[in-house]
Design a protein around this ligand. Structure first.
Ligand SMILES: [Zn+2]
Ligand SMILES: [Zn+2]
Length: 367
């Protein structure tokens, strides 16, 4: 079992980003392998711990799931938020998702999704970021191709309006926690066969907030947050595919004591359409033409996502021939332009011919 990242840096679990940064600098300086008394192994551990704890998302995952949570991130491309959130007990139960590609729409739309992405200045002691939420959203084939705006009802914790989040009944006193004297952490000595260690833990009576309400808020019972169902509008961009996740910064659960809200992750599941096969930006269809149309050429109508369009079949077209309808495919996600639509023609071989038709066909095959 690897050592606890907080212990490695020697900081409390409620340490601020600034405290973590300072602790890392100090440790890294002491342990640098180029220095006398340096320790390469420990230096690496300190660095690993810092890489996780300096990142709010990784830190939240580590707090919740330990090393396994943090590792999900270090694997690089794509965190499977689906599994991540289900593990945490969020989300509905639609199955059949191919787990997925994390797709950060925040970068695409910037501040369109509201102030959630804006960072607050150093959080107050005891403040904690709210948890992330995950929703699964079913889209029709067309909605995924052209994009859509959806209104979702999201059940999430919000700051209690009665006490404004401090958990105390308005007009009553908030006292410094007598257990931790306001620090939010309790320090204890642990004696083991290897010596004595100082350990720090979040103070239980005040939940790390350092303060205790004398009379708890009657609405939220002291939590500072209440469950609410709110409508959230999400803009699904054109060109999404099943399994992609859209992040809406700050639309998750409210934080405590002024902590940032968590994020809302929306994973899409796209229904298929029997008329089209989609491969990325390209659409494929097949269309039947008669033997005569193939031989003599014709103008036919084919179904595209934009409706029916005319397609010229040249004389002497063979079965299996593919025609490209440029720009009639799926709009390119996060880019301009559209993919193509490929139409494959299948020549229908005539059956139940009359004697006269057979005679004419025989003439065709004679030299
Ligand atoms: Zn309240
Ligand atoms: Zn306390």
């Amino acid at each position: 079992m690897p050592a606890d990242y907080y212990d490695i840096l020697g900081v409390a679990r409620v340490a601020s980003a600034d405290e973590i940064k300072k602790a890392f600098r100090k440790k890294a300086h002491e342990l640098h392998p180029d220095k006398g008394g340096g320790d390469e192994k420990k230096f690496k551990e300190v660095n690993e711990a810092y890489q996780v704890l300096k990142d709010e998302k990784k830190r939240a995952a580590y707090d919740q799931f330990g090393h396994a949570g943090a590792q999900g991130f270090s694997s690089g491309a794509g965190v499977d938020w689906g599994d991540f959130a289900r593990q945490a007990g969020f989300g509905g139960g639609t199955s059949g998702f191919s787990g997925g590609v994390e797709f950060d729409i925040g970068d695409l739309f910037g501040d369109l999704f509201g102030g959630g992405r804006a960072r607050r200045s150093t959080p107050q002691r005891g403040s904690r970021r709210g948890g992330d939420l995950e929703l699964q959203l079913r889209l029709t084939f067309r909605e995924a191709v052209f994009g859509v705006q959806k209104h979702l009802r999201v059940k999430r914790s919000a700051v209690c309006a009665h006490c404004h989040g401090n958990g105390a009944e308005p007009g009553t006193k908030i006292e410094t926690c007598p257990t931790c004297k306001g620090s939010g952490v309790v320090t204890s000595m642990q004696r083991t066969m290897f010596g004595s260690f100082q350990t720090q833990a979040v103070c239980t009576p005040c939940g790390g907030e350092g303060k205790i309400a004398k009379e708890k808020c009657t609405t939220c019972h002291g939590d500072g947050r209440v469950l609410e169902t709110e409508e959230v509008t999400v803009t699904i961009p054109a060109g999404v595919v099943s399994g992609q996740t859209i992040r809406m910064g700050g639309q998750g659960n409210a934080g405590t004591q002024g902590g940032r809200s968590g994020d809302l992750f929306i994973t899409v599941a796209v229904e298929s359409d029997p008329r089209f096969i989609r491969d990325g930006d390209t659409l494929y269809t097949t269309t039947n033409i008669s033997f005569a149309q193939a031989a003599l050429g014709d103008k036919i109508e084919v179904e595209t996502v934009d409706g029916k369009v005319k397609l010229k079949i040249p004389e002497g077209t063979q079965t299996g021939k593919k025609f490209k309808l440029a720009g009639k495919g799926v709009p390119r996600l996060q880019r301009s332009g559209r993919g193509d639509h490929i139409v494959e023609v299948v020549v229908q071989t005539p059956t139940n011919l009359t004697r006269k038709q057979k005679k004419l066909l025989k003439e065709l095959t004679e030299p």
